[in-house]
Ligand binder design. Structure first.
Ligand code: GAP
Length: 486
């Protein structure tokens, strides 16, 4: 049946039209790279977050959650290395004054090469870029840009400045009296809230290594080139888990989480062929191994989640700056025939952007379909095939007409179901139009209450993905939907 496309600008327009995502403060023309989630978006986002939270905490008895504050003591960011190292190499075009992140500029050009079928050149360019980035060779990177005649999208010239580093953290002031206040930062990652609470959680929760601490929450980065809708935002949400392990076992756990996280994305319903690993060539200052799980977005394969073996870097640094012993006394070592020991645990981190995962779900779900009906006429629809378990609404309840007692039956059904899952009630427009609207929102099941319902207590249930309809007892509706979403 299908003639499906996956057009990015149409996905963005669809998100706005159906209450998923709006530009921030749109009445004032919006704010660059900041977005608001609408009535359906907030529900989808919450469902994705809950799915992650449950799989991390409820399904792992050795992982607990916390919710640390966004504002943290400024020394946190000194210890973590963000004040000194959290910067990206940037280059400015002298004619347009437009600033680019060097890797993004080169990657855009590589995308263009790929688009033109010049795959080998694309591969060679990216390989060279990775080599130069790993050596912080800014002269080499500038030469690479100039040798390939990579131009600014605005001025279309190759008139570039030298490459410089820019810190990505937002700062603000604590306290009300300007000047006396201390400079503090909006956290650029949630992970540090976990590290500084390591001892609190370990001691109060009597946690034994290996164990994890999970957290979801907002993070802020002054992305210079913020683009591609909610892919790269200045205010976004992360879902991170730090897994504390014995030194020397970290690479085993790294492999474990690398595999576990890919499987988790598949369990969410992401097609396996749209996911791949990308090993980091240039390791972050804290890591001894790192990989991205990439998803094939409408604009190509890009990072969705990072899995990092962070060594003991963070706990060691916080220990030194706070002068507190952030150590673990390992009673279990004796059982394993080793001496008792205090040590600083090593950490394997899993870090996924909630907004990026949201974009993944929307991108993989969005489909434009056209087909020929039995009578030879053409029909079409736009559908969001969001996996039922995370769809904002699970069931739409639609009385065929607004009279003859049908709305009353529909509302009674809604009351029976709404404790268990989100239901949507709609009595306006033709039933065909209402089905199309539910397809566009991504509601997996619609139930129509018609006159026959009054006679035999049955309803028509329609399945979004197949558009098939069948008659089931009214009293089974809740059970049928529960089975499909659990
Ligand atoms: N604690 C490790 C850390 O923050 P990261 O690779 O910088 O690592 C982790 O970020 C994840 O956060 C990324 O894989 C991505 O999904 C998400 N993320 C990072 N920057 C983002 C941005 N500007 N907008 C949206 N999501 C972002």
């Amino acid at each position: 049946m299908a003639n499906e496309t996956n057009n990015f600008s149409e996905i963005i327009a669809h998100c706005k039209e159906y209450g998923y995502i709006f530009p921030s403060s749109e009445i004032y023309d919006g704010l660059s790279a900041v977005y608001d989630y609408g009535q359906n978006g907030v529900q989808l986002k919450k469902n994705i977050r809950d799915y992650w939270w449950k799989s991390m905490t409820q399904l792992h008895e050795n992982i607990v959650g916390i919710d640390a504050a966004i504002f943290m003591h400024p020394l946190t960011w000194k210890a973590s290395g963000h004040i000194d190292n959290f910067s990206d190499p940037m280059i400015d075009n002298k004619d347009s004054n437009k600033r680019y992140r060097v890797d993004h500029l080169i990657e855009s050009y590589a995308d263009k090469l790929a688009h033109e079928g010049r795959k080998e050149e694309e591969y060679a360019l990216l390989k060279r870029m990775d080599e130069l980035l790993s050596k912080d060779d800014f002269t080499g990177l500038r030469n690479l840009i100039e040798d390939n005649n990579i131009t600014c999208a605005v001025s279309e010239t190759c008139n570039w400045t030298d490459i410089r580093q820019f810190n990505l953290m937002f700062d603000t002031q604590l306290g009300t009296i300007s000047g006396e206040a201390d400079k503090i930062y909006l956290r650029p990652e949630t992970a540090q809230g976990i590290f500084v609470n390591f001892l609190n959680v370990q001691k109060t929760g009597r946690m034994r290594i290996p164990f994890g601490i999970a957290q979801t929450g907002k993070a802020f980065r002054n992305e210079i080139v913020a683009r591609q809708f909610i892919f790269r935002m200045r205010e976004f949400e992360q879902m991170e888990m730090q897994f504390f392990v014995r030194p020397g076992t970290e690479l085993q756990w790294y492999e474990y989480w690398k595999e576990a996280r890919l499987k988790w994305h598949e369990s969410l319903g992401i097609p396996v062929e749209k996911l791949r690993y990308h090993n980091h060539v240039k390791l972050a200052h804290y890591a001894n191994a790192a990989v991205d799980i990439e998803y094939e977005f409408p604009f190509g394969f890009k990072e969705l989640e990072g899995i990092h073996s962070r060594t003991d870097f963070d706990l060691k640094q916080h220990g030194e700056l706070s002068k507190k012993k952030l150590q673990y006394f390992d009673n279990d070592l004796k059982e394993d025939g080793e001496p008792y020991g205090n040590y600083i645990p090593y950490v394997v981190e899993t870090s996924v952007g909630l907004d990026r995962l949201f974009l993944t779900v929307i991108s993989m779900s969005y489909a434009e379909e056209k087909w020929t009906k039995e009578d030879g006429s053409e029909d079409s629809r736009v559908v969001l095939r969001i996996p039922a378990k995370i769809a904002p609404y699970k069931l739409a309840i639609l009385p065929l007409v607004k009279k003859d007692g049908l709305p009353e039956i529909a509302k009674q059904l809604m009351n029976e179901c709404k404790e268990s899952f989100y239901t949507f009630y709609e009595e306006k427009d033709s039933i065909g139009k209402r089905y199309r609207r539910m397809d566009a929102i991504g509601t997996p099941f619609c139930v129509t209450i018609d006159h026959r319902t009054k006679d035999d207590n049955t309803v028509t249930i329609r399945y979004r993905d197949t558009m098939l309809q069948e008659r089931i007892p009214l009293s089974d509706v809740r059970k049928v939907v529960m089975e499909k979403i659990s």
